[in-house]
Design a protein around this ligand. Structure first.
Ligand code: ASP
Length: 344
């Protein structure tokens, strides 16, 4: 049987074309996608489209929007072999991370893609990205199972695990990177899958369970030389705060300022979860390396290893949605749930 793919269009540059009357970029009717990219008919797949109405600039993404993507996948799960989500690039890494948590026990491909140039523009990167994403969402292993049963981002000839990505460039076609995890596939003359890097469902993991409740009482506190006590305390005293993603230097270091450590200690004593991730582009937090990391551990801070900020934030939203008890959040946030942390 020919594969069947559902294209879910949520918004972003990829679905735009120039309005001949005004010259402005406007979303086009996505059900007519094969008119814009006629090549996709040559796959011989059944490709259906579902468009959000209204479509959004992904800067407007919120947990309700992620829940809507998750529910769309859930309600069509049995009817399609794979899913391609067309999405703006600006917050695609957040959305792909959030979806990886929401879709527990996923056994089919959910591939996010988008573009830097609209599909209606001659030099668009959207055409290649879309064609590659569809082909990978439909790909099968020799055993006939989905080749990449994960939430991924396909962009500029690479397929990445979504919760490992970050948007690295606002102009280049190569907009995303996966600094701490290898690409799941490389697209060249052939599509080469790295089957050792892809997670395949283990017995007991499926079937799909969708959990969309999220609690967004999380702050991101980026430290910098010269930060003031007022800045730190105002973030840490936000009403309702349950967790903080603390973006630290290097392998998880912070200034040894007494007021700073005291503010963290007070916050963690109130039951707020503080998770240490690095500001560096790549690498992992290890608070045992330097004295300036060890002091954070003493102040009650947890090590987030090599999680991206996007992944750490959405994981905390997700865990807080499930657990009202901070101790449970603490326990699970440092465990790999969807391959978002490298286990040493
Ligand atoms: N602002 C757009 C968005 O993220 C940019 C893009 O699609 O690449 O929705």
């Amino acid at each position: 049987m020919n594969p069947s793919i559902l294209l879910i269009y949520t918004g972003g540059t990829i679905g735009m074309k120039q309005d001949p009357a005004t010259g402005h970029l406007v979303p086009f009717d996505f059900s007519q996608i094969s008119g814009e990219v006629p090549e996709i008919d040559r796959f011989g797949y059944r490709i259906d489209t579902y468009s959000f109405d209204p479509v959004i600039d992904s800067s407007d993404a919120r947990p309700e929007f992620w829940a809507r993507i998750a529910r769309t996948i859930e309600s069509n799960y049995d009817s399609y072999d794979g899913f391609v989500v067309l999405h703006g690039t600006d917050t695609m890494s957040y959305s792909a991370s959030a979806l990886s948590y929401m879709l527990e026990g996923l056994e089919k491909s959910v591939i996010f893609t988008g573009s830097q140039l609209p599909i209606g523009v001659l030099r668009t990167d959207g055409r290649e990205n879309l064609i590659s994403a569809i082909e990978m969402a439909a790909a099968r292993t020799p055993e006939g199972k989905p080749m990449v049963p994960e939430v991924c981002i396909c962009f500029e000839n690479k397929l990445y695990r979504g919760n490992r990505t970050t948007k690295q460039n606002s102009e280049n076609f190569s907009a995303f990177s996966s600094p701490n995890y290898p690409a799941l596939a490389d697209v060249g003359i052939h599509i080469k899958y790295d089957r050792n890097a892809i997670h395949y469902p283990q017995p007991g993991e499926g079937p799909l369970r969708v959990r969309t409740e999220m609690d967004t009482n999380v702050a991101i506190l980026k430290i910098f030389p010269g930060m003031t006590e007022n800045y730190v305390r105002s973030v840490l005293s936000a009403e309702g705060l349950r967790s903080v993603v603390l973006e630290t230097f290097g392998s998880g270091n912070a200034p040894a300022l007494p007021w700073f450590l005291e503010a963290l200690r007070e916050c963690s004593d109130r039951g707020v979860v503080i998770l240490n991730v690095t500001q560096c582009q790549a690498g992992s937090v290890d608070m045992g390396t330097y004295a300036n990391g060890a002091i954070l551990e003493k102040a009650g801070v947890l090590g987030g290893l090599d999680m991206t900020t996007e992944s750490a934030l959405t994981k905390l939203f997700y865990l807080q949605g499930i657990f009202s008890d901070g101790e449970e959040v603490k326990k699970h946030v440092v465990e790999p749930l969807r391959g978002e942390i490298s286990v040493k």
